[in-house]
Design a protein around this ligand. Structure first.
Ligand SMILES: C=C(O[C@@H]1C=C(C(=O)O)C=C[C@H]1O)C(=O)O
Length: 423
């Protein structure tokens, strides 16, 4: 039996600002909601989908469901769903399809032997879509959150460091990978290699400022914050809503200005095709039928342009977003091809603890709907938020060049470097 705090039953109500916020776009909604985060909250919970999609902001913690090993997202979700049945004061059964019940946010490590989690915040503001009301989900009697009247701090002084010898280690790892990838006796076709940059600030960074900045500039991305992992990812692993599945697969990257090559360069095309195949190969097992593919097309972000393919499909009965995420993860966009061999190769050559970087990050409803992105373009804040680790990776193929892949990872980290200055 889980030990349940007396106030852990959640009651939904309309947020006081609901009418005022209905017409706001996603970034405006988040900006307004962030104004209500109490001053002593260091680690807000957030999920913001583009184009007026679901928006969630929370703080505190009412319940936490951890899981590792096989099927971790669904394992945590089932426990959340069962918990929700007994801790929901709303009118409807929160687990019925389409119910607007409690929301849990979470993220899972790249290495499935390590624990990930879903957390039900103590206080959650949630808007299902632009134009819809904003609900406040909180223990009964929780006072309406009010703006703490935050005083903007001076910009932090930031220092960024890369581990000594990191660039040489990167080149060596890519040489080793290229030898493996070119060897016809080996199965590996693509392996994604990642690296980190560390930031140190002269005062604690404010994650709400980082979120606000990301949401305003990366309007096509999914913005998230989960226990100190904060980012804006352009890659959607799973969206399950009313029986429809959606995802966005990325692979193949250029800086703005060099993007035409993406559509013609055989290396980029092949890299992208492998990422798409790593998803389509598992659709049936994930209970998804009648897939429709759109792509590859150019997805232009302020810092980089990607080759992108969107897939929609019909979701089989009884399949939650968590079930689908577990089957589709890890895709070749962040791991490689074939999956198991690429994962083992990453463990052998990367020499980096990815933590939750490149893992699934998102939210679940107790009814099984939810959205999961890949935790890219992010920083992991240290306890106290004076330090943050930035991560980025790149797909390596036999003809990859170490210096170009290094530059690519620099470009992928550039937004987070700027975002931290607003923390
Ligand atoms: C691994 C990252 O990005 C992934 C790798 C890409 C590539 O190699 O071209 C492109 C988009 C993402 O799927 C990252 O942002 O860190």
């Amino acid at each position: 039996m889980k030990d349940v705090a007396p106030d852990s039953t959640l009651t939904p109500r309309l947020a006081a600002a609901s009418d005022d916020w209905a017409g706001l776009d996603s970034a405006q909604w988040l900006g307004a909601a962030l104004d209500l985060v109490p001053d002593d909250v260091e680690r807000p919970w957030a999920w913001l989908a583009p184009n007026g999609g679901p928006a969630v902001l929370g703080w505190g913690e009412t319940a936490r469901f951890e899981a590792s090993g096989a099927g971790p997202v669904a394992s945590a979700w089932r426990r959340f769903r069962d918990w929700a049945r007994g801790h929901w004061n709303g009118a409807d059964d929160p687990t019925a399809p389409g119910a607007q019940g409690p929301v849990a946010l979470g993220s899972f490590p790249f290495d499935p032997s390590r624990n990930g989690f879903l957390v039900v915040p103590r206080v959650t503001l949630v808007r299902a879509a632009a134009g819809e009301p904003t609900r406040l989900i909180a223990p009964a009697g929780e006072p309406e959150p009010r703006s703490p009247g935050r005083t903007r701090q001076d910009a932090p002084r930031l220092e960024f460091t890369t581990a000594p010898g990191a660039e040489r280690a990167w080149a060596r790892a890519i040489d080793a990978l290229r030898a493996v990838l070119a060897d016809p006796e080996r199965a590996e076709e693509k392996v994604v290699l990642a690296r980190a940059v560390d930031a140190r600030a002269d005062r604690p960074l404010d994650q709400t400022g980082v979120l606000d900045w990301l949401a305003r500039r990366f309007t096509g991305c999914w913005v998230y914050a989960d226990d100190g992992l904060v980012g804006a990812t352009p890659e959607l692993l799973v969206d399950v809503h009313e029986g429809v599945f959606r995802c966005r697969i990325l692979a193949g990257t250029r800086k703005p200005g060099w993007t035409r090559e993406l559509l013609t360069d055989p290396k980029e095309q092949h890299e992208h095709a492998l990422a798409v195949a790593s998803v389509t190969a598992h659709l049936e097992r994930a209970g998804l039928s009648e897939p429709r593919l759109r792509g590859p097309y150019l997805l232009e972000l302020p810092n980089v342009t990607h080759l992108a393919t969107d897939i929609t499909a019909r979701v089989g009965p009884g399949r939650s977003a968590a079930d689908v995420a577990d089957v589709l993860y890890p895709t070749a966009a962040i791991c490689g091809t074939p999956r198991a061999e690429a994962f083992a190769r990453i463990m052998a050559v990367e020499h980096l603890d990815r933590g939750r970087f490149s893992g699934p990050v998102g939210w679940m409803g107790a009814d099984g709907s939810g959205q999961w992105g890949l935790a890219l373009r992010c920083a992991q804040f240290s306890p106290g938020s004076r330090r943050a680790r930035l991560f980025a990776g790149a797909g390596i193929l036999p003809d990859s060049r170490a210096e170009l892949e290094w530059d690519e990872t620099d470009s992928k980290m550039a937004p987070m470097r700027r975002a931290l200055a607003h923390g």
